[in-house]
Design a protein around this ligand. Structure first.
Ligand code: NDP
Ligand code: 8X3
Length: 254
């Protein structure tokens, strides 16, 4: 990729995969629009990256349709031409059998992981269509390829991301836009802490006994995908730690 010529908008840049991707993109001189709700983290990241690239931060909740469009419309001219969209913001909320699931958790997962991704895409895609160039990476999950017990609605949200990814690729094909999904298995981020509502001990246990993927591992793959020559589109990629064979098979006896 040519240096200093691309601008990427990353949702969920305050933590985990999104943050690690921002750091790696920054080191590679990609201009950044970093999004999230925790402004202090966005400010800290902007400061960390300011010597290597240009950074603009946007604070919005992806569930808030008006806020999404307002934020993206507010981008100053030098950041408004988005070449790369990383649709990453999302989380699991809860891990309960369907009969015990909470409506609030279900709303959160559908509203953030599915509708939020759509709102951000809707705000960004028209400019890519007009330019006939652009790259959208949707962060799915192994949970969008294989349902696991108690995963129910989180899995549904990631199956939806898989379907949206395929549909986007078809519909944007006439416009020369690259669309692909990265579907990681278990990555050691704040994901489980959010899923278990701040229960750090329960979250830590998820990653005990094996070497889980790290956010930087996924960021490396995302950078690989965006830095391929433009005629190459990595359409759908799944990655797990060596210890993981499926959503339910993890070798914790290494
Ligand atoms: P983290 O919890 O570390 O990061 C989640 C990010 O999403 C944060 O930056 C958070 O920012 C943002 N976010 C969450 N809710 C909202 C919202 N309502 N509005 C705006 N931003 C929001 O988790 P990960 O880095 O692990 O997760 C990133 C993506 O990767 C998610 O889509 C997740 O489903 C997916 N994934 C994760 C895996 C894992 O095992 N960790 C495996 C497979 C996929 P803030 O709170 O500041 O708004
Ligand atoms: C996150 C991976 O296995 O916790 O999408 O669903 S998993």
């Amino acid at each position: 990729m040519d240096k200093n010529t691309k601008t990427a908008l990353i949702t969920g840049a305050t933590s985990g995969i999104g943050r690690a991707t921002a750091v790696l993109f920054g080191k590679n001189n990609i201009n950044l629009v970093l999004c999230g709700r925790r402004q202090e983290r966005l400010d800290a990241l902007e400061k960390e990256l300011e010597d290597s690239t240009k950074v603009h931060t946007l604070n919005f909740d992806v569930r808030d349709k008006d806020a999404v469009f307002k934020a993206i419309e507010s981008l100053p001219k030098e950041f408004s031409n988005i070449d790369i969209l990383i649709n990453n913001a999302g989380n699991a909320h809860g891990l309960e059998p369907i009969q015990e699931g909470s409506l609030e958790d279900w709303d959160a997962m559908i509203d953030i992981n599915v509708k939020g991704l759509l709102y951000v895409s809707k705000a960004i895609i028209p400019n890519m269509v007009a330019k006939k160039v652009g790259h959208i990476i949707n962060i799915g999950s192994t949970a969008g390829k294989e349902v696991y017990p108690n995963g129910n609605v989180y899995c549904a949200s990631k199956y939806a991301v898989d379907a949206i990814n395929q549909g986007m690729r078809m519909d944007l094909n006439p416009y020369n836009i690259r669309v692909g999904a990265i579907n990681p298995g278990m990555v050691e981020t704040e994901f489980s802490s959010v899923r278990f509502k701040g229960d750090g001990d329960r979250a830590a246990k998820v990653y005990q006994g094996f070497k889980a993927l790290q956010a930087a591992d996924v960021a490396d793959i995302i950078y690989f995908v965006v830095s391929r020559p433009y005629h190459i589109n990595i359409a759908d990629l799944m990655v797990m730690s060596t210890a993981q064979a499926s959503s339910t098979i993890v070798n914790k006896n290494q």
